[in-house]
Structure formats: C-alpha cells, structure tokens
Design a protein around this ligand. Structure first.
Ligand code: GLU
Length: 329
C-alpha cells in the first residue's frame, strides 16, 4: 500500500513552528517512502480561517518548499459529506440524537462502554485507556455543524490517509478517532505523534519565548533551508552526527522510528549557527552578488573600487555572515 500523508492545519493567520514542523515531517516521510503528501485546510472556523489566513499558510509552505501532490482539500466544502456519515451512524445505532441542550438535537457518538482501548503509536509506543474513562461525544452540534473529530476522520478516510503524523496534543483525541474509523468501517491509519517543542525551561515554546511564527523567522533573515533543516531536527535525528543536511539528504534519511518521544528543545543559538552555515555554503558567486548589490544600494561601493580588495573582503565576510542583513545596505 503506498503511503499517503497529509498536513491538516487550521489557518489562523500565523503559522506556528510546531505546526510547520508537522508539515515538514509529513513531507519528509512521503518523500522517503515515495508516497504522496497532501494538504487539507481545516477551515471550519469561519472567523479565523479568512482568505488572508489561508494565503499566509500557503505562502509559508511555498517559502519552505513544501510542495503537495494533489489539489488542497478545503474541509468547509465537505460538510454535506460529514453530515451524511453522521446520519448513517445514527441509522446504524452507532450514534444517537440528543435533544437535551435546547435548540435542535445534537448527534452523539457512542464510545465502547467497557474493555481497554489501545493503539500503538509509531513514536510513543503503546497508549492505553480504560473504556470506562471515555465518554460518548458530540459529532454534530445542535446548530447542525460537524465537530472537529468527525470532520477530521471523515476527510482522512476520503483522502485515503495511511499515516497520521501530528503534534502530541492529539494523543487523547486519537482514541475517539480510532472508534470513528472502525464505526465507518474504514482501515485505521498508523499514528505518529510528535513531541512538543519546548523552551529552555521545558515549557511549551510560545511567542513569549521569541519568534514562534514562520513569518517572523523569515523577517529576521533566516533562510528557508535553515528553518527547514532546523525544524526537521526538532524531534528527529539521522542517527549519525550530521546536522546540516539538504532537503534531499533529510528525505533520504527520514524514518519514523528515528523520531524521538521526548520533548524537543528549541535552541536559538543553534538556529543562528545553522543560518551562518547555509550562508557559508552558498556558492561564492551568489554570495558575492548579494554582497555587492547590498553595498551598491547603500552607496558604499563606488565605481572603480578595486575588484581585488572587494574579493578579499567577500572571502573574509562569507565565512562570518550569520544574516545577510549584517552586510550594510
Ligand atoms: N487542524 C488540526 C490541528 O491543526 C488537525 C490535526 C491533525 O493533524 O489531525 O491541530
């Protein structure tokens, strides 16, 4: 069976590095396996998922070179299908209508009442829960809108997703999702839940810790290949001592069994070092071009400036530059 994975973000206008790291891992896995990497935009929150937020998301993906293999799926366009599945589950007695809350009835999915629920996560190992500790849950709200769990699972079924690689904030949801896959009669995909990205104190990395969104790193002068490489190493390692790796090298080495289950610490010093490495490895001609054009723009490169002197400066500078913005412009 060929691998089909997806990145399924809910666009909010900013793309957090934790989210894009999930996209990178999915992309690398698909490329390693010769499978397909798909994009599903979970745009059911009409207030946050504006056209602008979706454009920001697509721009970030393009900047990082995260190309996808089929047309993106917009979740908000699949509502009729989500509701049809819910209706079918009711008809088969696997879900029921509950009119308690006033308004129209909501639709509730029945979880198993007894026994043990478990799944084998490709990163975290076996995860278990007693059925008694789970509750039936709403899949269609009383206003007739599908809930995340239903939409997410039905779309994964329709897209033929084989492996779900996502942040470990979804570990608990997965118990619900697996029961939904089974109820619909679809094969349960493999799961790989990625460890959280944390700050130096071990707390979830947030915007209070510094740049947290892809756009901010771009503005600060990080190169896309730096951010891609750096994020690929947050929760995964090639198993040898390589750190600076091209996308192709990363894809060749990427397997899920090398993903780590412990939290991944965000190390800004390493990110800055890596940017310098990418600048150092830039073909000299390209660096020289950027260097000279910035100097020219700044009026610092007078006509007739001796080429030899300039070459000497460029050689000295290329090995030191961490950001192109360090070159006067
Ligand atoms: N939209 C959800 C999120 O961004 C999708 C999670 C998933 O990958 O299934 O958290």
């Amino acid at each position: 069976m060929s691998v089909r994975v997806r990145f399924a973000p809910s666009p909010t206008g900013n793309v957090h590095i934790g989210n894009i790291r999930a996209a990178i891992f999915n992309w690398l896995f698909a490329r390693h396996e010769g499978g397909r990497f798909l994009l599903r935009i979970e745009d059911t929150d009409r207030e946050r998922s504006t056209g602008e937020a979706i454009r920001t998301l697509l721009d970030c993906m393009a900047w990082l070179g995260l190309d996808y293999d089929e047309e993106p799926v917009y979740q908000s366009r699949q509502t009729a299908r989500h509701l049809a599945v819910a209706g079918e589950l009711v008809r088969r007695g696997l879900a029921y209508r509950d009119a308690k809350g006033g308004g129209g009835p909501c639709t509730v999915f029945r979880m198993p009442g007894e026994g043990r629920l478990e799944y084998s996560d490709l990163v975290k190992g076996v995860i278990r829960k007693k059925a008694e500790d789970t509750r039936d849950f709403v899949i269609v709200r009383s206003d007739g809108t599908p809930v995340f769990h239903l939409a997410n699972v039905v779309d994964d079924i329709d897209m033929g997703i084989t492996h779900i690689i996502r942040g470990d904030d979804h570990v608990e949801n997965t118990f619900k999702h697996i029961e939904l896959f089974k109820a619909v009669g679809a094969p349960v995909p493999h799961y790989a839940h990625l460890p959280m990205i944390v700050n130096s104190r071990g707390k979830p990395y947030s915007k209070r810790d510094g740049a947290a969104f892809v756009g901010e790193f771009k503005e600060q002068g990080f190169l896309p290949q730096t951010l891609f490489n750096f994020l690929a190493l947050l929760g995964w390692a090639p198993g040898d001592d390589r750190e600076v790796m091209t996308r192709d090298e990363l894809a060749a080495a990427f397997t899920l069994d090398r993903c780590k289950s412990s939290a991944a610490r965000f190390d800004l010093k390493k990110l800055v070092w890596m940017n310098g490495e990418y600048i150092r490895r830039t073909p000299r001609g390209q660096y020289a071009e950027i260097f000279a054009s910035r100097l020219r723009d700044a009026g610092l490169l007078r006509p007739g400036f001796p080429q030899e002197t300039l070459d000497g400066i460029i050689d000295q500078m290329q090995v030191r530059t961490k950001f192109y913005s360090e070159i006067p412009a």
